[in-house]
Write a protein that binds this ligand. Structure first.
Ligand SMILES: [Zn+2]
Length: 193
């Protein structure tokens, strides 16, 4: 194998913010930067969960093609060469996990951003791009599914159901439920004899 050039045409040394993303496996820069590792000849997404490369061995590229052009090979773990796992995949997965585990608590876009170490607006853009709906909308859907179950199977009041599924106010819950289901919570509830 020919000796790696020390002054490649396009790769550049990694800066603190990006190296922090590599250390924490943050998906924040996925798709914007590619991490090429001189010691292995592999190019990765910044969030790749393979062993963290030494900082001195990293070259940063702003395009996958440029890294491949410099003779790096795509990582088999994070597969930057495959469209089936686009940048943002990890973000979507992480957000969905949070929604599935925190739907019963008041959770804001700001909270999600903090959890993922991303700005709320960037998170919203990325999520919406890949899911077609915003994180807030996805949260509503999860909550409405749980609300239906509670209305059908418990004697909880509508206010109690609202609180159980993470709404602070009954009226907001009724509004969202009615908009989503086309029927009010009270009307949805089966008659109990
Ligand atoms: Zn990788």
């Amino acid at each position: 194998m020919p000796q790696q050039t020390l002054t490649p045409t396009m790769g550049r040394p990694i800066d603190d913010a990006l190296y922090e993303a590599v250390l924490t496996r943050s998906p924040h820069y996925d798709g914007r930067y590619y991490i090429a590792v001189r010691s292995t000849g592999i190019v990765c997404f910044p969030s790749c969960r393979s062993r963290t490369p030494k900082r001195v061995n990293i070259l940063v590229y702003t395009s996958y093609e440029a890294a491949i052009g410099d003779a790096f090979r795509p990582c088999k773990r994070c597969t930057p060469d495959l469209h089936s796992r686009p940048p943002g995949h990890d973000v979507v997965e992480h957000v969905n996990t949070l929604l599935q585990t925190h739907w019963n608590q008041p959770i804001s876009l700001m909270d999600l951003g903090t959890a993922l170490n991303m700005s709320p607006s960037h998170l919203q853009r990325l999520y919406t791009r890949y899911c077609g709906i915003s994180p807030q909308k996805a949260l509503e859907i999860v909550r409405m599914e749980h609300a239906q179950t509670l209305l059908e199977n418990t004697a909880l009041t509508v206010t109690e159901v609202a609180h159980r599924v993470g709404f602070r106010s009954r009226s907001h819950f009724v509004h969202v439920f009615s908009r989503t289901m086309g029927i009010t919570p009270s009307a949805f509830r089966p008659r109990r004899s």
